[in-house]
Ligand binder design. Structure first.
Ligand code: UTP
Length: 288
């Protein structure tokens, strides 16, 4: 079975839910404590054994590429001033040359279209997709948990979690088959169903392992819910042809594309930081 070597990070969305912060600043560059959201995703990919990270960017997103570059002047200044701890951290967090590549989605036509923009960089091998907005705090990186399942089941694997019935219209929802409580067979997928027509409460969240045939479906450019080219629709076409599973991953997911989800992520990550956690919890207590 081929190893999962590549991950696509689509970062071309407009981030309208976070306006006005995202008028100029890509939402992926908003910090959770002191790290931009996109860096958490890159670290998860690397920790899961990914060797090549493909950013699908758009207009105004160049800062994301710059973030992973060597900031020569900054590094020299830190070195001259003897700020070795900061310098070493930045050096350790800068991926080696060639690990991050970028392509552009010239118009935000939907997540499916963004993934398709990476087709030549993916070629004909299975690959991962990480939605950077979905920040996951987990003992084992979520993507690594999924790769372990993929190695056992083969085929497509998506991360799933139970959502309240009133939230089904925000997600792709799984029609479940055989279910051992952790890994569930995916029999069908419906994008953003109303609660009464949802086949379950199991929502697909922003981690996917996909076989390359999904690119052939995306190439049809079929428009789905919200007038966008949906990844869910292309995945749904593969269900009868390829193994397809959902993993109830171990960990907590924060939707950083949404104001409250973003704030909760900051609180959760700050509260457990060894350097500032105790002081931060004292501050929080004042706002109860
Ligand atoms: P979202 O719908 O959460 O992102 O898409 P958005 O469109 O930026 O957000 P809002 O609703 O306007 O606030 C999920 C992911 O897919 C990417 C986004 O960048 C995000 O990571 N995406 C979405 C693209 O890359 N291209 C698109 O055309 C749409």
């Amino acid at each position: 079975m081929p190893k999962i070597r590549k991950a696509v990070l689509p970062v071309a969305g407009l981030g309208t839910r976070m306006l006005p912060a995202t008028r100029v600043l890509p939402k992926e560059m908003l910090p959770v404590v002191d790290k931009p959201i996109v860096q958490y995703a890159v670290e998860e990919a690397v920790a899961s054994g990914i060797e090549e990270i493909i950013l699908v960017t758009g207009r105004g997103k160049i800062l994301i590429e710059d973030h992973f570059d060597r900031a020569v002047e900054l590094f020299e200044t830190l070195s001259r001033r003897g700020r070795t701890a900061e310098l070493e951290r930045l050096l350790a967090e800068t991926p080696p040359p060639g690990v991050i590549v970028a392509t552009r989605q010239q118009e935000p036509k939907g997540l499916g279209h963004a993934v398709w923009c990476a087709r030549h960089l993916i070629g004909r091998e299975p690959f991962a997709v990480i939605l950077v907005d979905d920040l996951i705090e987990a003992p084992t990186p979520c993507l690594a948990q999924m790769i372990a399942v993929h190695e056992r089941t083969g085929g497509n694997v998506v991360a799933v979690m139970e959502v309240p019935p009133e939230h089904t219209s925000r997600y792709g929802i799984v029609a479940p088959g055989k279910d051992d409580g952790r890994v569930v067979e995916v029999r069908g997928l419906v994008e953003k169903p109303a609660p009464q027509s949802a086949p379950s409460r199991l929502a697909v969240i922003g981690r996917y392992i996909l076989l390359p045939e999904v690119m052939d479906e995306l190439a049809r450019h079929e428009v789905g819910a919200g007038g966008e080219i949906q990844l869910t629709d292309a995945m749904a076409k593969l269900i009868d042809r390829q193994p397809f599973h959902g993993l109830r991953f171990e960990g907590r997911r924060f939707d950083c594309g949404d104001r409250l989800g973003y704030l909760e992520a900051i609180v959760a990550f700050a509260a457990k930081r060894p350097d500032i956690g105790a002081a931060f919890r004292d501050i929080l207590a004042r706002y109860r």
